[in-house]
Design a protein around this ligand. Sequence first.
Ligand code: PLP
Length: 453
Amino acid sequence: MTIVDVPAAGIAGGPALPQRRHLATAIPGPRSQELLARKAAAVAAGVGTTIPVAVVAAGGGVIVDADGNSIIDLGSGIAVTGVGNANPRVVEAVTAQLNAFTHTCFTVAPYDSYVDVAEALNRLTPGDHEKRSALFNSGAEAVENAVKIARHFTRKQAVVAFDHAYHGRTNLTMGLTAKNIPYKSGFGPFAPEVYRAPLSYPFRDGGLDGAEAAARAITQIEKQVGVENLAAIIIEPIQGEGGFIVPAQGFLPALVEWANANGVVFIADEVQTGFGRTGAWFASEHEGIVPDLIVTAKGIAGGLPLSAVTGRAEIMDSAMPGGLGGTYAGSPLACAAALATIESYEADGLIGRARELGDLLLGRLNGFRTDDARIGDVRGRGAMVAIELVDPATGAPDAALTGRVVAHAHANGVLLLTCGTYGNVIRFLPPLTISDELLNEALDVIREGLAQA
Ligand SMILES: *Cc1c(COP(=O)(O)O)cnc(C)c1O
């Protein structure tokens, strides 16, 4: 096991935790077991756990638990702590804000930092048209608001989401989300006027190219919904929970062009793909698309709860004063964190770092694949990469194998997340402050897990 103090890449992120994988006990150790027993007795069973530990510190590329285990973090709290956990700039900015004031409610008594964040989002998101932003707390809340705004602007009601989509856990966003278990089953009824269209999924759609997959979706939307009823289409430029599905080239531009020509608002849900994760500020940039509205959250504020809708001024301004907002929406603490996060991305070169991590991940995982046919696909952009595990004979999804590899990783001090409609995708979302050494060590553990599974 390597021991490197402070991220080896020299990035000014994360507290000075020893950057190493270290197992002091089995996972979970006794103190973590104690917490999990209390959790089972006190916390609703529907609130799950990926790795059974009691976290006491995190930073750079590691999470440390109460038993003294130091675990390599390949999840970033689900693509949130791109700038590293407890990033020093974020800590300093939030601490200063805490000492100044904690809350006024922006729609009651406004403050600078909210407007600063709106200006930054208007500047950083694709397109040089005039933009406005509105801030919220969670990704789901921002998605709901994007749909509200699109409906108000178009005076139409229907919304189209795609196969394998994930947009959140509130009522409207459950309806937009594709996967039944665990996200929807028994939680209905769902909001009306939500329709689903087929996605471009190159590994599983028989080689349709981007234009063909877009034509298939557009025909279905025109026949089953009708543009005269359709307020918006919403899509993740790379699907997150649905399996890190990168659509075939040309799919997204064709949808944008069609939406623009038909008075349909194009909403990009960049909650997971945004904020440098894919090696650009936004994944939309990889294909040069300019969404009408763009939804951000997760990586925006270094771990504090913040989300946003940013888009064309005429669309965003259509809602009446008082129609948008929320008690905590755009909290001053979260805004201070977001400004420090953006500064950290720019000053520490983290977007370039996401590309480097992507090259390392894709290079090694494609290497694994050359002698392991159970790895059906390796895909992703930047530090958002996944492998899809299959039965080599049939291509059928292998969720059981996926579970065994993840269990091996967790037992050996590597935090791994899965995703995918079929539960057979392992996703890699390291903090951008992780060192090459730690990432390589984690990949060694995964390779070992594949060999033993
Ligand atoms: C996580 C996620 C959401 C929901 O965000 P929350 O903050 O959990 O409400 C929405 N869309 C995408 C693409 C996501 O990855």
